[in-house]
Ligand binder design. Structure first.
Ligand SMILES: [Fe+2]
Length: 223
């Protein structure tokens, strides 16, 4: 189901989350002014109401199978599960995992591919739960970064190069919102759908892997 709520002040494109198990919604919205932030709250309430009305006619597709990713042997210091998050004004946090406890928490970065003019060092943590012990979890904040710019970066001094685009300095900013992703075939179709939208920031409100005491699912979700 795709709903487009047409407001002269606020663009909101709403679609039901592709994962039918949870039947929540993913949203892409663009905020142009402060007034729109207030309108956004009202619109979200409308969307919840409309979604509940539409649910009566909604035929839920069959669940898809859980992802099982193939295991690849990599050096223990190789960066895994690399992802980024906003870390305040003009900064981004890069997070990744290594099997090697002594792997460095450095991120090299720059605005040209393969040329890293800057380097930042972060911190590590780890945790255990029941029979599970995580790898070394690295958190490194990079910045200050220019707005609306592409940066290339590499984690731990090895592994592949990644790239990111920083958010613009001023409104409008387009957000994508999707929660309850799980890790099934529907996860991929939901994310593929969102990829079709040109957004600046993805808000991931939670309910991610549905590990349900099977902790290694966190690792496969991160991968
Ligand atoms: Fe949930």
């Amino acid at each position: 189901m795709l709903m487009i709520i047409d407001s002269p002040e606020l663009e909101v494109h709403c679609c039901r989350a592709a994962d039918p198990t949870f039947a929540e919604v993913s949203v892409v919205f663009t905020v142009h002014t402060q007034m729109e932030l207030k309108l956004l709250l009202i619109t979200v309430l409308m969307m919840v109401s409309l979604s509940a009305t539409a649910a009566a006619d909604y035929i839920r597709p069959q669940p898809r199978k859980t992802f099982h990713l193939p295991w690849h042997s990599k050096p223990s210091s190789y960066p895994q599960q690399v992802h980024i998050s906003l870390a305040g004004e003009q900064h981004m946090r890069v997070t990744w995992i290594t099997d090697d406890n002594s792997a460095p928490s450095i991120v090299e970065y720059g605005t040209s591919p393969g040329r890293y003019d800057s380097v930042a060092e972060g911190e590590t943590t780890s945790y255990s739960y029941l029979l599970y012990s995580s790898g070394k979890i690295h958190h490194t904040v990079i910045g200050p970064l220019e707005h609306n710019s592409v940066y290339y970066y590499r984690c731990g001094g090895q592994g592949p190069q990644f790239q990111l685009r920083t958010p613009p300095a001023q409104l409008p900013i387009t957000f994508a919102v999707a929660g309850d992703l799980g890790q099934t075939g529907w996860t991929k179709s939901t994310l593929d759908h969102i990829d079709q939208c040109k957004y600046n920031v993805h808000l991931l409100p939670g309910d991610l892997s549905y590990a349900d005491y099977i902790q290694h699912r966190w690792d496969s979700f991160g991968s």
